[in-house]
Ligand binder design. Sequence first.
Ligand SMILES: Cc1cc2nc3c(=O)[nH]c(=O)nc-3n(C[C@H](O)[C@H](O)[C@H](O)COP(=O)(O)O)c2cc1C
Ligand code: SF4
Length: 518
Amino acid sequence: MTAVLYVPRDSAARSVGADAVAQAIADEAAARGADVKIVRNGSRGMFWLEPLVEVETAAGRVAYGPVAAEDVPSLFDAGLLAGDGHHALALGLTEEIPFLKHQERLTFARVGVIDPLDLASLSAWGGLDGLKAALEMDGAAICAAIAESGLRGRGGAGFPAGIKWKTVHDQPTGQKYICCNADEGDSGTFADRMIMEGDPFTLIEGMAIAGLAVGAEDGYIYIRSEYPDAIATMRAAAELMEQAGWLGADIGGSGKTFRLHVRRGAGAYICGEESSMLESLEGKRGTVRAKPPIPAIHGLFGKPTVVNNVLTLATVPVILAKGADYYKGFGMGRSRGTKPFQLAGNIRHGGLVEKAFGVTLRQLIEEFGGGTASGRPFRAAQVGGPLGAYVDAAMLDLETDYENFAGNDAMLGHGGIVVFDDSVDMAAMARFAFEFCEIESCGKCTPCRIGAVRGKETVEKIQRGENVDANLELVADLCETMRDGSLCAMGGLTPMPVLSAMRLFPEDFNTTPLMAAE
Ligand SMILES: Cc1cc2nc3c(=O)[nH]c(=O)nc-3n(C[C@H](O)[C@H](O)[C@H](O)COP(=O)(O)O)c2cc1C
Ligand code: SF4
C-alpha cells in the first residue's frame, strides 16, 4: 500500500530545510523499496515544529517534527510510514497537538491540510462551495450576506466589508475592479503569505465572489516583492482555475466573467496603504492619494474599486458556503467571526493562531505561545504592526475586539503580536518607531516626513539624558501634530508605539543625564 506523507512547501518550512527533508524521504523510500507518495502541503503554522512531517494513518494524520534530513533514516527505522510513535520526534495525531486543537480555523481551514495546487481534490474539502452559492445570487444579495456576517477588513482598520462592497456595487455600471492587498509589510505578520502559499484557491474564490457582488470583471493581487513563493503559487493557482473554467469569460458555466492579474509589489511599506498601492498598480511611484474621493468611488485607473486584504477576501468563501449566521456566531461585540493572529518575536511557540475574537492576549501569548523563547519574564508586546501600540503585562487580559483595543489606546491591526522579554529597552523601541516612519514615509506631507526625523533625534537626546523632561514634552507635542496633521495613518499612527512606550514604561525614558554621570 502507498504511504502518503506530507512535507510543507510553505516558504517558512522551506527556510528551515523542508525541501531537503522531502528529498531525504524520497531517497530513503527508494533505497528501502517502500511505496510512498509525498504531498507538499502548506504549513500548519506551528513554526517551532517545522519542517513538520505528517503521515496518513487510519486514525488520522500523525506528525513528526522538527525533522532534519539526517533524522529520516531513523524515522523509517522507527516505523514512520505506519505512523508509529516510537521516535523522539513523534508528536502523535496532528489535530490533537494543543496549539492546533484549540483553534477555530475558518479562513485557514484547509491551510496545511491540502496540496495547495491540487484543484481536483479541492471540492472534497469544501472548495468552490462559496463561489457556487454566489453564482446563484445577485450582486446585492451577496453584498447583503457579507454585511450580515459582520465581516470587517482584516488588513488593519477593520472597516465593514459589506459597506465597502455595497458602495462599489451602487456605482454606475462599467469598469470596476477588485484589488487584493497582499503587501503584508507589518512586523510579525505572515498570515497573508500562508494563505497564498497554502490555499491560494480560497483567495481567488473570494475575489471572484467580490467581483460578482459589485459587478467587477477584473481583479488584481498586489503581492509584496519579498514573497516570490507566494507570487509563483498564486500565478500557478490562477492558471489552474482558468483551465478549469473558474476564472475567465464564463466562470462555472454562468456566462459571467472574472479575470485575475497577479502583480509584484514595489518593495515599500507605504505601498500597503490602499491609495498608494493603487498608484503603484498603475505603474507610478507609490505615494498616498488625498481622500476623498475614496477608492470605492475613484480607485484603480479612476474606476470604482474594492480594496481588501488577503484575509478579508479569503474569508468570504466560508461565509457564502456556510451562511452569514454561521460566521456571525463566532466573536464578540461588533468584532464578528475569527481572526488569524500571528505570534512572533521572543516567543516559544511562534506561529499562526486563528481564534474567534474575544480570545485574550494572555491566552494567545501564554497558552498558545508558551511565553517567551528566552524564558525570561514577559515585558511588552507590540500588537498590530510597526504602527501599533505596545501593551504591558497589566494589559494581557484584554479581550481581542476592535473596540476594546481602541478603548485602551491600542489596535489589533492585521493581528501580528511581537513579544519582548524584560531585556527590551523601550526608549530604543520608541526611537525605532520614528526611524521606521522616517525610512518608510512617502514624503508627501510635512508632519510625517519631517516629524519622524525630529522625533528620532529628540528620543536620542532623551536617551543621552539631555533635558529629559522638556524633550519628553516635545515628543508628546510632536506626536499630537503627527496624529492630527498627517495625510495617512503612516504618520498618523506612528505616535501610537511612541506614546504607549512612554506611558507604560516611563522608567526607560528616565535616563540619568550624561553630564551628571561623568
Ligand atoms: C502605511 C500603511 C500600510 C498598510 N499596509 C497594508 C498591508 O500591507 N496590507 C493590507 O491589507 N492593508 C494595509 N494597510 C491598510 C490599507 O490601507 C487598507 O485599509 C486595507 O487594505 C483595506 O482592506 P481591508 O478593509 O480588507 O482591511 C496599510 C495602511 C497604511 C496606512
Ligand atoms: S503621513 Fe507620511 S506616508 Fe502618509 S501621506 Fe503623509 S508623508 Fe506620506
